[in-house]
Design a protein around this ligand. Structure first.
Ligand SMILES: Cc1cc2nc3c(=O)[nH]c(=O)nc-3n(C[C@H](O)[C@H](O)[C@H](O)COP(=O)(O)OP(=O)(O)OC[C@H]3O[C@@H](n4cnc5c(N)ncnc54)[C@H](O)[C@@H]3O)c2cc1C
Length: 466
């Protein structure tokens, strides 16, 4: 189908948030309040932090404030790949913390196991499926790279859940003429409905006594005697401790300004695909799929047999502004649709029903970083760079560890103790990011060969290789 026709009637809204079940809104904060722990941000990082805080210490007063609605930002807009990886993949982790990777993988898998248990314990209806993720090679140069990835994954995670697939076997799982080989990690990723997980976490927080306020932005953050104080439009709140889960938005701490930049990612969702037509693709095991280019696509089935198809373009708008208008980019939607029909020609008549984008908190090491401020009364976790659905629970735990002042297996990790290299100020920042994007696109067109610029970034420890 002509890609323009395929997206013509797609609504400009987020499929996950377009849920007829809706949900009630928590009241905004009016007047003055006090709490033991104030969590700022109602995305996955904030929600997990508040829930874990109550689970650790039911007697502690915990309040969560969200500037808009729970899960409206990256948390409600993502692909729903809930990964064990804390390091944005094995390759990125091995390049930075080779000695620590077995432990990072172990803690990441334990974190994903705990997410699964929490979902079951609180009866969260979020279509959680531990169906894994399959990486597919669509160019010859990616085939040996997949084999290397498989060897690394086996040595770190044990062999039994990592399956290498040749062309016939990968196509027997999911049939695309573009596939040359595959690697299926059966345990390391779960597929979820992110909005229903966020709403479920909010309900679990409420059931444990967390006070939740939506439409309550924190306007500032300052020390007030032994406490911290935050102004809100309707009043203010004093807290003994504060955990920041504010993602890429205007940071309440100056130091975060140079550590995260907003990069936009886009996705499409198809209409529901009839059983018979879906059978022409296979996909009976409903695993998530990602291809192996530097500019990669990620895709998956939804509970009602639509395909969510996203990725490829990662857009930094010069100047780094976060704007609602950036959540739509027709050039990217057209490219995505074109690639979809090339991947699944048997779905040529299928049209898209939704199109949207969202902003990712990108940092120079491509995986979350953590720290404290104001004499360890404030903790932060940010920089998940597009792989924070699972890792945000780990981020919440790290913040609580740091606020407790007690060393744990998490806070002992070099990955947790180290801070990423800051981005240069604008306008140099825009130049550096656009040159990097251009070089990554060239590498994909040139058998994966990295040019001098990418090799320099690799040598400086800030190179990205998906
Ligand atoms: C299109 C897209 C696809 C993605 N796909 C995946 C995927 O498949 N798998 C994966 O692991 N990750 C994916 N990600 C990334 C993932 O969504 C994020 O890493 C994760 O949701 C981060 O959660 P968060 O809570 O840290 O940030 P956010 O979800 O951005 O939440 C931050 C919240 O803080 C609030 N806030 C900010 N400042 C204030 C303030 N001053 N006062 C009050 N509230 C404030 C904001 O309103 C917002 O709700 C994707 C992201 C996008 C955009």
């Amino acid at each position: 189908m002509d890609p323009a026709k395929g997206i013509k009637d797609a609504e400009r809204r987020v499929y996950w948030l377009d849920d007829p079940r809706g949900r009630s809104e928590s009241p905004r904060l009016d007047g003055a309040a006090e709490t033991d722990l104030l969590v700022i941000g109602g995305g996955f990082t904030g929600l997990w932090t508040a829930l874990l805080a109550k689970e650790r210490d039911p007697g502690r007063a915990v309040t969560l404030i969200e500037g808009r609605r729970i899960g409206w930002a990256a948390t409600g807009r993502n692909g729903g790949f809930c990964a064990a990886s804390l390091t944005h993949g094995i390759g990125n982790g091995l390049a930075r913390w080779p000695g620590e990777m077995p432990e990072l993988q172990r803690q990441g898998l334990a974190n994903l196991d705990e997410i699964e248990r929490t979902v079951a314990r609180h009866g969260i209806d979020c279509d959680f499926r531990r169906s894994g993720e399959m990486h597919v090679a669509t160019e010859a140069w990616q085939v040996p790279e997949l084999a290397e990835e498989a060897a690394a994954a086996r040595s770190l995670c044990g062999g039994d859940t990592i399956e290498e697939l040749d062309r016939d076997r990968v196509r027997a799982e999911v049939d695309s003429p573009t596939y040359l080989a595959g690697l299926w990690d059966r345990r390391g990723v779960a597929m979820i409905d992110p909005v229903r997980l966020a709403w479920g976490l909010r309900d679990a927080c409420l059931s444990l006594g967390v006070r939740v306020h939506e439409r309550t932005p924190a306007l500032d953050l300052r020390a007030a005697g032994a406490s911290m104080a935050v102004r809100t439009p309707g009043g203010g709140i004093r807290a003994r401790q504060v955990a920041l889960g504010t993602g890429v938005f205007a940071p309440l701490l100056r130091r975060l300004r140079h550590l995260v930049i907003p990069v936009y990612d886009y996705a499409l969702v198809t209409e529901p695909i009839p059983e018979r037509l879906l059978a022409s693709v296979g996909w009976r095991n409903r695993q998530g799929i990602g291809d192996s280019a530097n500019r990669f696509h990620y895709y998956r089935l939804t509970h009602d047999n639509r395909i969510l198809w996203g990725g490829y373009d990662a857009i930094y708008y010069n100047g780094g502004l976060i704007k609602g208008a950036h959540n739509q980019r027709d050039r990217t939607f057209l490219t995505l649709a074109e690639h979809f029909y090339q991947t699944f020609p048997q779905l040529d008549g299928v049209r898209f029903s939704h199109r949207w984008g969202g902003v990712i908190d990108t940092c120079s090491r491509f995986s979350a970083f953590f720290g404290t401020a104001y004499g360890a009364r404030v903790a932060y976790a940010a920089g998940y760079t597009g792989l924070g659905v699972g890792a945000s629970r780990f981020g919440g735990n790290v913040m609580l560890d740091l606020l407790s002042g007690t060393a744990t297996e998490r806070t002992r990790l070099a990955m947790v103790r180290q801070t990423p290299i800051p981005f240069p100020p604008e306008p140099i920042r825009s130049g550096v990011v656009q040159l990097t994007r251009w070089s990554i696109a060239r590498a994909d067109e040139d058998q994966g060969r990295r040019n001098l610029w990418l090799r320099t970034l690799d040598a400086l420890g800030v190179g990205f290789d998906s």
